[in-house]
Design a protein around this ligand. Structure first.
Ligand code: COA
Length: 128
């Protein structure tokens, strides 16, 4: 990793890319990466909302580099906006290539999570 390329946000989730998450060529499915980003968003937004949250929207995403079996996926999150019931996060996924000891940005996206009450209805995000 060089100084020009550093993750933005808080490291929220780390996990290992396994063979079951890959196609026969050894490339990890994009859906798996998005799923980890969704989990990280849920963790971070849930902590901010002090309760249950749900994914309302994911903005356009593009995959710049592949994730390979054996890479560690690091997901960074930053809360960029808190609305009445919604929390917007900028989420980055970085692959740590163990063999090469490098950290490379794979993709990034904007996730919008909504706080819910016990009935599953949007609920105000409490003040910090
Ligand atoms: C997300 C959900 C709770 C929103 O319910 P709703 O009745 O439309 O609620 P509202 O219109 O009051 O919107 C709630 C908040 O979400 C935001 N929001 C809703 N849809 C959005 C979208 N597509 N893009 C951006 N923000 C959105 C609204 O702007 C609002 O934010 P604010 O309170 O901070 O102003 C509801 O649509 C839902 O339960 N969807 C399914 C979520 C789900 O199951 N996700 C996993 C998919 S497998």
């Amino acid at each position: 990793m060089n100084d020009a390329a550093k993750p933005t946000g808080e490291l929220t989730l780390r996990t290992l890319a396994m063979p079951t998450d890959a196609n026969p060529a050894g490339d990890i499915f994009g859906g798996w990466v998005m799923s980890q980003m969704d989990l990280a968003s849920g963790i971070r937004a849930g902590e901010r909302a002090h309760g249950r949250v749900v994914t309302a929207a994911v903005k356009e995403m593009a995959f710049q580099l592949p994730v390979k079996i054996g890479d560690t996926l690091n997901v960074y999150t930053e809360i960029t906006r808190v609305g009445r019931t919604s929390i917007t996060l900028q989420v980055e996924a970085w692959a740590h290539r163990a063999r090469h000891r490098t950290l490379e940005k794979v993709t990034a996206g904007t996730f919008i999570m909504v706080a819910l009450d016990e009935d599953g209805k949007p609920s105000p995000v409490p003040a910090e």
